[in-house]
Design a binder for this molecule. Structure first.
Ligand code: AMP
Ligand code: MG
Length: 345
């Protein structure tokens, strides 16, 4: 049995987990920083880094104790080495390096996006490469062809905001607090999605990229105009976002080499309307649809430990202890930058 300790600290969740190559999550713990960041309506990098530094060591101790294991029982220490808020990534990576050095275990540096990309295989032993992955989180919005461990073709990315960001900003405009995705989804249940006319940026455009900045501004204008109730705005926003996601993913699937399944991961995958829409889309292409359980969709350390397991099994070498944390780290370095995109990976 291979046992890997995983560490995640790239955004506002501090997490540790112990995962085996038999797909058992022996223990895991997540400390969310919602309380720290909610007064600001978004994640404050400096506050995040400090909170990671305070919480990570006790979390690691807790998961080891819960699983009845010590560092010496682990075969490797895996940690997110990017992309993400650099202060937080450094806290996790430095901790992993110190543990690796003290216990003489290999360090596996994991790309956070690779953690998301492989997490569906932790949940589903039958999911075979290659599969299409829609990754929709607070910081990322990408469509990838996951071809194997370390082999990713990025077909689409966002040229401005991530989808989770658009949900969070809509929540902020509607005064729903942070994090906003779940609150917008809940309020949308009470609204009519056909009432507020909102744009569908990049709909039908040839390349399958995403854009949500214009939608967000339109939500702000609709709110300020005062002619619509908040629930109708939330429902109309969610519908516009879903229309964009389905159109862009349909475009990507129709240009992509064959895949075994359509998979969604990332925090926004918690959204039932979006899940339902994607399930229908997969059906159009005759593909099975899978989404990891919610606990594996949002940021967590089990997916990082699992990526470590997969990398070891695929024969990747451990990483050197002088490895640098990377604020940006594209999964597919060969992908053409999206036209009009900023420098975000
Ligand atoms: P992650 O970046 O993967 O940790 O996911 C966090 C993001 O997912 C935040 O932007 C949340 O607002 C978003 N999110 C979480 N739950 C939902 C939901 N039910 N509907 C829409 N967005 C959500
Ligand atoms: Mg994430």
């Amino acid at each position: 049995m291979t046992l890997v300790l995983g560490i995640e600290s790239s955004c506002d969740e501090t997490a540790a987990a112990l995962v085996t190559d038999g797909r058992d999550i022996l223990a895991q713990a997540i400390a969310s920083q919602e309380e720290e960041h909610s007064p600001y309506g978004g994640v404050v990098p400096e506050i995040a880094a400090r909170a990671h530094a305070e919480r990570l060591a006790p979390l690691i101790e807790r998961v080891l104790a819960e699983a009845g294991k010590t560092l010496h029982d682990c075969d490797a220490i895996a940690a997110t080495a990017g992309p993400g808020l650099i202060g937080g990534v450094m806290v996790g990576l430095v901790t992993a390096k110190a543990l690796a050095m003290a216990s003489d275990k290999p360090l596996m540096a994991v790309n956070h996006l690779e953690g998301h990309a492989l997490s569906p295989r932790l949940a589903d032993a039958n999911l075979q490469f290659p599969y299409a992955l829609l990754l929709v989180s607070g910081g990322h919005c990408q469509i990838l062809r996951v071809e194997g461990v370390g082999k990713y073709q990025r077909l689409a990315t966002t040229i401005d905001d991530a989808l989770g960001e658009a949900f969070d900003k809509t929540a902020k405009i509607l005064g729903l607090g942070y994090p906003g995705g779940p609150a917008v989804e809940k309020l949308a249940l009470a609204g009519d999605p056909r009432t507020v006319p909102l744009p569908r940026p990049l709909l039908k455009s040839k390349e399958p990229h995403f854009s949500f900045a214009g939608l967000k501004s339109a939500v702000l204008r609709a709110h300020d105009a005062g002619q619509h109730g908040d629930a109708d705005i939330a429902a109309s926003f969610q519908q516009a976002a879903l229309d964009c996601i389905l159109d862009r993913t349909r475009r990507a699937l129709s240009t992509m080499a064959p895949v075994s399944a359509l998979v969604v991961a990332g925090g926004v995958a918690a959204n039932q309307t979006i899940r339902g829409g994607l399930e229908g889309l997969a059906g159009e292409f005759g593909l099975p649809f899978t989404a990891p359980p919610l606990m594996l969709c949002t940021d967590n350390a089990a997916m990082i430990a699992w990526a470590g397991v997969e990398r070891m099994a695929a024969g990747f070498e451990p990483d050197p202890l002088d490895l640098k944390a990377r604020p940006r780290w594209p999964l597919d370095p060969d992908a053409e930058p999206a036209r009009g995109a900023g420098v975000k990976a």
